[in-house]
Design a binder for this molecule. Structure first.
Ligand code: MRU
Length: 344
């Protein structure tokens, strides 16, 4: 499987997802600012992947910091945390990963600074390795709700590309495919950035998984014809009542699924649950540049230049539309999430 992000030759190497599927190009980030830019510009995207990128970016920043001791290193890293924290507001995994790097430093004793710098690289790599294992476990749990020959609808890209590897929603799909369930996938194109058309379709084809691309407006028609058995999507942030922020258009899929009596699952690691938020109303929703809507990747103008545009990158699906949340600890009803905070 093609890596989304890795630590290589003292740099952070990320696959430039903005160029897929036409070009497979890697960006070697020599500075943490380049990593932060990459997150902002969607070179790397997907909640767990941007968390990993921020963690590696922090480790990268540490390498060039001149500090006499751990206390000085910690102080000089503060503005770096802030820069990463401002890249994208919705996916909580970003803040979770920054928090983990901070905690790691807090818990590290006053060793020689060069040694601590190496430990920070290892800590960021550990987040990546754990993410892949978590996704494989999510896949195993999620596979239980998939029947032989199911047609699965997914929205956006919650795959290998959006994570350290394997994927969350696509992890479940991979697990079902590799256990010979003969499944088929319908991928929503996912306007305006086309993560479904460009990334999910590409990623599933690479793994020889049967995928059919549709535009977002076609999902309801397919459901009305009885051609979808189950929907599975990823998540950027889940409030403790189960309300789930995910790529814009997810809410419409969930409402359609409910109307047609189709189960609707969210697949996400526990790190995507923000137990500090009571409901989805508190989730910050990123708004992106109008040009994403008025043009095709800034190249072909498809709407009047000065038209007013509303371009939220995410929406919130209320818990009542969600059949289950598939995590590495099992599948939970949204109402049962609260009890997880104490258990894990
Ligand atoms: O704007 P993006 O491409 O970062 O949005 C990604 C999504 O909405 C994914 O579904 C979500 O992050 C889950 S990824 C496992």
């Amino acid at each position: 499987m093609i890596p989304t992000i890795e630590w290589k030759n003292g740099m952070v190497r990320m696959l430039d997802q903005s160029l897929l599927p036409n070009k497979v190009v890697y960006i070697d980030c020599k500075t943490y600012q380049r990593v932060a830019q990459g997150i902002k510009a969607l070179k790397i995207r997907g909640a767990p992947a941007i968390g990993i990128a921020a963690a590696m970016g922090i480790a990268l920043a540490a390498q060039s910091i001149k500090a006499k001791n751990i206390f000085e290193l910690k102080k000089k890293l503060e503005p770096v945390y802030e820069i990463f924290g401002k890249t994208r507001p919705t996916a909580v995994n970003l803040f979770w990963a920054i928090g983990r790097m901070k905690t790691f430093l807090e818990e590290t004793e006053d060793l020689p600074v060069d040694h601590i710098k190496k430990l920070l690289i290892k800590a960021s790599q550990k987040i990546l390795e754990e993410d892949i294992k978590t996704n494989q476990t999510i896949g195993l749990h999620g596979n239980k709700v998939i029947q032989k020959k199911d047609a699965i609808l997914t929205h956006c890209n919650a795959g290998s590309l959006a994570t350290g590897g394997y994927g969350t929603a696509l992890g479940v799909i991979r697990a079902a495919h590799f256990s010979d369930k003969n499944i088929r996938v319908f991928a929503d194109e996912t306007r305006p950035v086309l993560q479904g058309g460009r990334l999910t379709a590409w990623e599933l084809m690479e793994d020889k998984i049967d995928v059919t691309l549709i535009t977002d407006s076609m999902a309801g028609y397919l459901m009305s014809r009885g051609e979808i058995n189950v929907c599975i999507v990823g998540a950027d942030r889940i409030a403790r009542n189960g309300d789930t922020a995910n790529k814009i258009g997810t809410y419409s899929v969930a409402v359609l699924a409910k109307n047609h009596g189709i189960p609707f699952y969210v697949a996400a690691p526990l790190s995507t649950i923000d137990f500090s938020l009571r409901t989805g109303k508190e989730i910050p929703i990123e708004e992106r540049h109008p040009s994403e809507v008025t043009s095709v990747f800034g190249k072909v103008q498809i709407a009047p230049k000065r038209v007013k545009v509303f371009n939220p990158a995410f929406d919130v699906t209320p818990a009542r539309y969600i059949t289950g949340i598939i995590t590495e600890k099992g599948i939970f009803k949204p109402k049962d999430l609260k009890s997880l905070a104490k258990r894990f």
